[in-house]
Structures are given as structure tokens and as C-alpha cells.
Design a protein around this ligand. Structure first.
Ligand code: MN
Length: 717
């Protein structure tokens, strides 16, 4: 793998001529000689002449089909750093501004740094920011890093893990972002060996053990795939079998927490064809021959990845039940996947234009943003690392400002990040100009626009859609506030009514200071809190009214009467502490679909969603509240009374049969009437106590099985 021999400059020049006939050979020769002169007498850690390194970097760049500027920069990238008699000015006068800019970006920061700054981080920041102006900066850096990793064994062993980790965290992800698939895979495998030496050794040994089997399997399968190409008349196609790269297998082991023995799809094939149509034809042929593994087919041709990757992927169960992966793509897609944007760069002088690759442009814009905000090199590198890790997404405001969110965040999180009021009043969102539901997860590079309406309000189910603590806190605070406003309203009407009954004037009580005394007695800070406390059902309006009318008879222990029952055993979600009552008209029971109606003086009345009264009440949507049964409370007790009417044949023992069913199911009978109608039909009316809707349904089903019962109705109210 690692060639320690000095690659011959002539060989490289020939390679360059092969992909770029207009290459300026004299310029490249001149750079080679200049580099040789500048590094004269210098040695690498391995003891070899230093010149090996820049020439090897140039060779890697030639593999990536880089242009002359990048090749020259590759040859000269260490010149200024290693030879203090040569300055950037010299490079610029001999090779031009562009080369000098790239070399500058690749040169370590030497000057004194502010307190607390780390030289490596400051250098990395300089490099990444230079890349924004000329993408070739990073191309040369990646080639440089690749050669350094290939020869890392020559480095002192204590320095290797740090270089390897930095490669895995920063450089390999950058290569991936830029679509440099082949480079990324090699960087990862080399870094893997030094970052996790034990895992590397175990994994490569395991694959060596499977080698004999793999080789024959790969060859047999390759021939079968080749014959599919023949069947479909695909000319100029090629089938390549390979072991997947080690680091990708390692990540898979970690992700799925399985052992090496359980890894089966370490074998993969690539089919390269001339035409997009061939891709789909060959795919059809493969699926006809071998069983595809469900969920593994990916059409990255119709929907390219963010980094512009295009290919068809499928996994099948092949010979001997051996599963393996197949990638199908055209030669052009392959070139782009292996060499990324490098293919385009050579014609664009290192600059990516808007038309090039949106995701890349977006990302570079993000880096520009990072340059503009004053942050330390450490913060910059940390941001870069987070940015390159898949746990975060970066999105843009309509004005191009960048905001980052945890993965899974939605436009709701975005809206609250912009401004609390924007969050409270958002009604929808546009992602990249397209209208989307508020619960759509954000992706890196998305441009988000939030639609608002001043009359819109947060909804309780946003709590399920938002992930940032900021959004969740703001939504909760708003909902609590609304609940309090409602509780005050409910408390006020209740208290007014009680005061009227006892002929107490709330206004006078306030003016005389009596109210203040009562507040002190119940230990509440102000009148609003008192009203809310009544609304929440923690204090009864009657008791407060009586305290405000001290001349009246003393409070007795008689239960509260009137419309408001003394608390209810039913707790509903969405109303937390609000005083709730079950509507008498439709008598909802646990499990029924329900809605809440804010009734003056009675608190929140819970109706069945299909209650006919409710339909009449719904003209006033402001007083309707979404509620659900609270699963945590009162489950299992016979909390619900339900009225049921049964029509029966007039038959002996009917009532006994009915009561037996109710008793058998451990429900209670609260009340029962049986009679005969004018038409000679039996009629039974009863109120039974049940646990919930399911319990009721079971009882009604069993009642229906009693011989002679014609109809059963749950009273709708
Ligand atoms: Mn170097």
C-alpha cells in the first residue's frame, strides 16, 4: 500500500498529460526544481530525502485529476514552512497569487498568538477559512494528510493517535462533504489503524480468515454479474468485487453492537455501465436472479445525496445464502463519487459557483459565517467538528444567517430560535421555498422561512414536535399561562355567583380591605391568584364568599351543591389543575373521545366529542379546549356511571340475566328500572358503574348475547 520510493516526476507528468492535455509541463518542472532546491538537505522522519513528500502529494493530486495550480501548490506546500529563506512573496513572484494563497493557507501559524489560543487550532482555522476562497487549499491539504498517514509509521508512536483522530474527526468528513469517496475511505482506514490499533488488528485478522472463501465467492459472483450485463446487451460495462473498507465495517459493528463473526455483508460489488438506463436494467436483472433484502434498496440516482453522490444500492442474498451489497452507477457517476468535485474544479479555477453544488456552497457559506463571528480558534475548531458530525444540522434563515439545531429539530424549534413571538404565532414553514408541515425535520443546508399569523397560538401537540429546550420551555410557559387565564375567568364567574347568592359585594370587600384580610388568611398574594386557585378547584367559591361575608352563618361541612361537584375523580390531560366536571348530558367515560368546554361558573365541563349539546356549544371556539384522559389516574376504579337502555322480549328471568352479566364483569349497578311498554315489549333502564369504555363495551357485548334482548343503547344524553 505505502510506497516509500520517490515517485518519478516524469511518470506524474505523463499522468497529468493523460487527463489534461493543455497542462503547462514547464511550469510543473519549474515547481519541482524549486521544491527540490528549497528542501535540499532536509530529511523526513523515515530518514529519506524530504522531497519524497511533496512529490508524493503531487502524485495523489494527479490521481484526483487536479489542475496545474493545485499540482504546483502540492509541490510547494511545505516550502515556506520548512525553509525560512523563502517567503510567500517569492512564491507569488515565481508562481502567481493563486499558488501563493494556497501555500499560505497550508502554512503553520508562526506569529505569537493571543493568550489561551492553541497553535494547532489557529492553524486549522486558517486552513479551513482559506478553503472558502479557494477549494484547492483543502484538496492539497487532504493529499498532504493522506501521504503523511501512509507514512505515519515513521512518526514517533506517541504522536500517531492524535493525527489519526484528527483525520477521523476533521479531514475524512471534509473529504466526504466534498464527495471525495476514494480519498475518504483511504484516510479512514489508515487513521483507523492508528486510532484503534486493537480493533483494527482483530478486524483485519477476521477478514483474512475469511479470505479464501471471499476470493472464490467474489470471482464466482463477479462472473454471474458479468453475464447479466451480457444478457442486457450492456457494452463497455465492468463488474468489480471487493471487501468493504475496514473502517466502514468497524462503524457498522459499533452502530449495531454486533461481533465480527456476525458481520456478513463485508463483500460488495460495483457495476459500472455507460448509461443511466443500463443501471436500472441491470438492477432488474439482479433482482430477478437473487432475492433482494427488503429496505436495502436506495435510488441515489433519482435522489442524489447531499454531497451529490449518485448510485443505485441494493443488497441481495446470493450464492450459498451469502448476502452482499451491489452498487450500480455510470462511469461518470463513478468518477464523481471517487474524485468528487475535483472533476469540476479544474475548469473553475478552484472556485465553486452557485450552479455547482448547492450543499457544498451552503457549507462554505457557513464557514464564512464562522469567520465573521468573533470566536477563538478553539471555538472555531469545536464548531467545525460539530458541523462535520452528523448529530447536528445547520440551516439558514431567509437572510442567510446560520442556526444550528440538534438532529430531529423542526421548523417549530427554528421559529422559537428566531424569536419567542415568531414561535408563538407560527402557522407553517417553507423549506427551500416549499411549503411543509411544521413537524418536518430540518436538514443541513435547508433554507427555512417561518409563516406567522398574529392570531395564531401554540398548540399542545407541538410539545411532541419540538426538541430544543428553548422551544419546549416557551411552549409550556405559554400553555400554563393560558391555563391560568382560563382558571381566573372560571374562578371569577364562580365567585361572582356565590357572592351574589350571599349578597356580598366583591368590590366593597376590596375597598374595605376585607379581601386583603381573606388573602392573608388563605396565604395567597393577590386577587388574581385567589381567582385562579378557585378556578383550579383548590378552593371553593362558596368558602371564599363566606369568608367575605363574616356575618353570615358559619361555614358548615355540608357538601358543595350547585353545578360544581366537589372535585371530580376524573383527571384529564390538557387541563392539569383546572376544575373539571363530567357533563351530565353525555356522561363521558374513560376511553371516550372528549372535549372540554369552559362553562361560566362550572369550570371545565368534559363532554363526549360526539355529544349533541357540544355541537351547539362549539359556536364559541375560544371556550373549547383540547383534552384527553389522563392515563395515570383512577385507572381500575368504577369511576364512571353510564345509563343504558335495553329493549327485550317480555320473558321471565330477563332482569336476573342482565344483572348477572353486570355482576360477572365486576361492574356496579347504581340504579335499575324494568317495565313493559304499550306494545308489550320489555324495557330496562339502568345506570351501571364501569371502569372505562373498554369495560363498558365488554359488558354491552355480553348483554347482547342474552337471548331475547333486541336492542341496547348507551344513553347519549
Ligand atoms: Mn506536508
Amino acid at each position: 500500500m505505502a510506497t516509500q520510493r520517490l515517485p518519478r516526476i516524469e511518470t506524474i507528468l505523463e499522468k497529468v498529460k493523460g487527463y489534461n492535455p493543455t497542462s503547462d509541463e514547464r511550469l510543473l518542472q519549474k515547481a519541482y526544481l524549486f521544491s527540490a532546491m528549497a528542501h535540499e538537505g532536509q530529511m523526513r522522519h523515515s530518514g529519506e530525502p524530504y522531497l519524497i513528500h511533496p512529490v508524493a502529494v503531487m502524485d495523489i493530486l494527479a490521481e484526483l485529476k487536479a489542475d496545474d495550480i493545485a499540482l504546483v501548490a502540492g509541490l510547494l506546500h511545505d516550502v515556506v514552512e520548512d525553509n525560512h529563506t523563502i517567503g510567500l512573496k517569492d512564491i507569488e513572484s515565481r508562481f502567481g497569487m493563486e499558488v501563493a494563497h494556497i501555500v499560505d493557507g497550508l502554512t503553520k501559524i508562526e506569529e505569537k498568538l493571543p493568550e489561551g489560543e492553541v497553535r494547532e487550532w489557529a492553524t486549522l482555522r486558517k486552513l479551513v477559512l482559506a478553503m472558502v476562497d479557494d477549494i484547492r487549499v483543502i484538496l492539497v491539504k487532504l493529499a498532504d494528510r493522506l501521504h503523511n498517514l501512509r507514512t505515519l509509521d515513521a512518526m514517533p508512536s506517541h504522536k500517531r493517535p492524535a493525527k489519526a483522530m484528527e483525520t477521523l474527526e476533521i479531514y475524512a468528513p471534509i473529504a466526504y462533504r466534498l464527495g471525495l469517496g476514494k480519498l475518504k475511505a483511504e484516510l479512514e482506514d489508515l487513521a483507523f489503524r492508528h486510532a484503534y490499533p486493537e480493533d483494527y488488528a482483530r478486524l483485519s485478522q477476521a477478514l483474512v480468515d475469511k479470505r479464501t472463501y471471499s476470493d472464490s465467492f467474489l470471482e464466482e459472483t463477479r462472473q454471474q454479474l458479468q453475464s447479466i450485463l451480457g444478457e442486457f446487451g450492456v457494452e463497455g460495462g465492468e463488474v468489480r468485487g471487493r471487501l468493504k473498507h475496514l473502517y466502514s465495517i468497524f462503524l457498522k459493528l459499533k452502530r449495531q453492537s454486533i461481533s465480527i463473526e456476525q458481520v456478513y455483508d463485508y463483500l460488495a460489488f460495483r457495476i459500472l455501465v455507460p448509461d443511466v438506463r443500463d443501471c436500472y436494467a441491470v438492477l432488474g436483472g439482479i433482482h430477478a436472479l437473487w432475492k433482494p433484502i427488503p429496505g436495502r434498496f436506495k435510488d441515489w440516482i433519482a435522489l442524489p445525496k447531499e454531497n451529490h453522490y449518485r448510485s443505485l444500492h441494493t443488497s441481495v442474498v446470493g450464492l450459498n445464502g451469502q448476502p452482499f451489497e451491489i452498487q450500480i452507477r455510470t462511469w461518470q457517476m463513478h468518477d464523481e463519487a471517487e474524485n468528487g468535485l475535483a472533476a469540476h474544479w479544474r475548469y473553475k479555477e478552484g472556485r465553486l459557483t452557485k450552479e455547482d453544488e448547492d450543499a457544498t456552497v451552503m457549507w462554505l457559506r457557513h464557514l464564512v459565517e464562522m469567520r465573521q463571528t468573533a470566536m477563538t480558534a478553539g471555538d472555531f475548531v469545536e464548531n467545525l467538528r460539530v458541523d462535520l458530525s452528523p448529530k447536528e444540522v445547520y440551516v439558514f434563515t431567509p437572510k442567510g444567517k446560520i442556526l444550528n439545531f440538534p438532529r430531529g429539530a423542526t421548523p417549530i424549534d427554528f421559529a422559537y430560535a428566531v424569536h419567542t413571538q415568531v414561535g408563538h404565532t407560527c402557522t407553517g414553514a417553507k423549506i427551500n421555498g416549499k411549503l411543509v408541515p411544521l413537524k418536518t425535520p430540518l436538514k443541513s443546508g435547508d433554507r427555512i422561512e417561518v409563516l406567522t399569523n398574529p392570531n395564531a397560538k401554540p398548540s399542545r401537540d407541538w410539545l411532541d414536535a419540538a426538541v430544543t429546550s428553548r422551544a419546549l420551555n416557551k411552549i409550556r410557559a405559554w400553555l400554563n399561562q393560558q391555563e391560568k387565564i382560563r382558571a381566573i375567568e372560571i374562578g371569577k364567574t364562580s365567585l361572582d355567583r356565590e357572592c351574589k347568592r350571599l349578597k356580598v359585594s366583591l368590590k366593597e370587600a376590596q375597598e374595605s380591605g376585607l379581601l386583603a384580610e381573606v388573602l392573608k388568611k388563605v396565604a395567597l398574594p393577590d386577587a388574581d391568584t385567589l381567582l385562579a386557585t378557585i378556578g383550579y378547584g383548590k378552593l371553593t367559591a362558596r368558602r371564599v364568599a363566606k369568608m367575605l361575608a363574616p356575618n353570615q352563618e358559619e361555614e358548615t361541612a355540608t357538601p358543595e351543591s350547585g353545578g360544581v361537584s366537589k372535585g371530580t375523580p376524573i383527571v384529564v390531560r390538557g387541563a392539569s389543575d383546572l376544575l373539571t366536571t363530567l357533563a351530565r348530558c353525555c356522561k363521558p367515560i374513560r376511553g371516550d373521545e372528549i372535549v372540554g368546554f369552559i362553562s361560566r361558573g362550572k369550570g371545565l365541563i368534559i363532554h363526549r366529542a360526539d355529544c349533541s349539546n357540544m355541537k351547539r356549544l362549539s359556536y364559541n371556539p375560544d371556550r373549547i379546549m383540547e383534552v384527553t384522559w389522563d392515563d395515570a389516574s383512577q385507572v381500575g376504579s368504577l369511576a364512571h356511571d353510564v345509563a343504558v337502555t335495553l329493549h327485550t322480549e317480555d320473558r321471565q328471568g330477563m332482569v336476573a340475566a342482565i344483572t348477572k352479566v353486570v355482576a360477572d364483569h365486576k361492574a356496579g349497578i347504581r340504579q335499575m328500572e324494568a317495565g313493559i311498554t304499550g306494545t308489550g315489549e320489555g324495557l330496562v333502564r339502568m345506570t351501571i358503574a364501569v371502569r372505562d369504555r373498554a369495560h363498558l363495551a365488554l359488558i354491552l357485548t355480553q348483554l347482547g348475547k342474552i337471548h331475547g334482548i333486541t336492542t341496547i343503547l348507551r344513553d347519549a344524553g
